[in-house]
Write a protein that binds this ligand. Structure first.
Ligand SMILES: Cc1cc2nc3c(=O)[nH]c(=O)nc-3n(C[C@H](O)[C@H](O)[C@H](O)COP(=O)(O)OP(=O)(O)OC[C@H]3O[C@@H](n4cnc5c(N)ncnc54)[C@H](O)[C@@H]3O)c2cc1C
Ligand code: SF4
Length: 331
């Protein structure tokens, strides 16, 4: 057991002050990921700053017609919120595809994007891992890599980001609101997470001392034509091998706007805006969907055990597009 100190704060300013300038201090919200990492000795914070009393547990209307999801609203309360279900059902589905009811009751909207990879070697402190201990090597590249990335990998790390919620958030063009020692700023969701490159220990672009205060959803929520398809080893309580979030705007049987995001395939939720734009103005046919799926996976590369994910992702994209457009089987 590593000793650590515990502080509880009641407002944003105190939260930021408590972690600023203290490399050993981290925020704790629902604790569903952080406590596991501490128990496994993967992370050893000297101080936990409990932010659960900070008044950020609200879902509010935005003046532009969007919705603000407070960082401390639980994943369960977000998924079952009447306006989220009505205007952003893709997000609701994605959240409910993740974890278990008990975990979603604890997990928060600020904690979900911050959760760390489920790479087995990251959790196994007896093995080299560049993410856990920079410069030690990557055990997965030549190891058992069935759950690992096929897009955006580097020679230093092939881990995937495990979130379901984040796949819908990138598809919806959500924005991350943060507060830090330098004040407030917003980060487009697509720019929040990082690719591994030669700094795989960095999962995202949050700066030291910054706290997520909210996730803003733009007005457009694709409530009429959407899908969230999660392919996994068990139908519940398992992380995605591949997941696909789709939102479509359609006129008749023609697509006027398409969003296609993938989970379980890269170090960040994956979107290829050029490929999804190929659908604009096209009819909803399987051939067109297959062409988009092929384009999204064009650069994909397997590492042996995970080669199957390339074909799986292509088929999942086609199926999710068929479901969203009403031209295929339901899930
Ligand atoms: C068995 C199991 C199965 C799971 N299955 C899935 C799944 O299928 N799909 C899925 O998407 N997720 C899954 N999860 C992950 C779960 O969704 C996350 O653990 C949860 O969302 C994290 O939120 P939290 O509030 O508990 O974060 P915490 O554990 O409290 O914190 C996680 C990290 O976020 C940081 N943090 C928390 N809040 C903030 C904030 N406001 N600003 C800045 N940093 C912050 C903390 O410092 C910490 O580093 C699973 C978890 C478990 C344990
Ligand atoms: S894939 Fe990334 S997290 Fe997994 S062992 Fe390699 S460096 Fe570590």
């Amino acid at each position: 057991m590593n000793p650590f100190k515990y502080t509880r704060v009641a407002d944003i300013a105190s939260a930021i002050k408590e972690v600023s300038g203290d490399d050993g201090a981290v925020f704790i919200a629902g604790g569903t990921n952080l406590i596991d990492l501490m128990k496994e000795n993967v992370t050893r914070p000297a101080r936990l700053v409990d932010i659960t009393r900070v008044p950020l547990a609200r879902i509010e209307e935005l003046p532009d017609g969007g919705l603000r999801l407070g960082a401390l609203v639980t994943n369960a309360d977000t998924a079952y919120h009447a306006e989220v279900e009505r205007r952003y059902p893709m997000l609701s589905r994605a959240i409910l595809a993740g974890a278990s009811a008990q975990l979603r009751n604890m997990a928060t909207n600020g904690g979900n994007p911050m959760q760390r990879t489920r790479c087995y070697y990251f959790y196994d402190t007896a093995t080299p891992c560049n993410k856990r201990e920079p410069g030690t090597g990557c055990s997965a590249i030549e190891g058992f890599n069935r759950i690992h990335a096929i897009l955006g990998t580097s020679e230093h790390c092939i881990a995937v980001h495990p979130s379901d919620m984040c796949v819908a958030l990138i598809a919806l063009d959500a924005v991350v609101c943060v507060s830090g020692p330098q004040g407030e700023r917003t980060i487009p969701f697509a720019d929040f997470h990082r690719l591994p490159g030669d700094t795989p220990h960095l999962d995202n672009n949050l700066r030291s001392g910054e706290m997520i205060t909210a996730l803003d959803l733009p007005k457009r929520g694709f409530p009429d034509h959407y899908a969230y398809l999660k392919v996994r080893d068990r139908t519940s309580y398992a992380f995605a091998l591949v997941s696909v979030a789709v939102g479509l705007e359609m006129e008749g049987d023609t697509v006027t706007e398409a969003r296609v995001a993938l989970g379980g395939v890269a170090h960040k939720p994956w979107r290829n805006t050029d490929a999804e734009a190929m659908l604009n103005g096209l009819k909803v046919t399987k051939d067109h969907f297959e062409a988009v799926a092929f384009a999204i996976l064009r650069e994909a590369k397997g590492f042996g055990h995970n080669d199957f994910k390339i074909a799986l992702a292509q088929r999942a994209i086609v199926r999710a597009l068929q479901h969203a457009s009403g031209t295929g089987r339901t899930q």
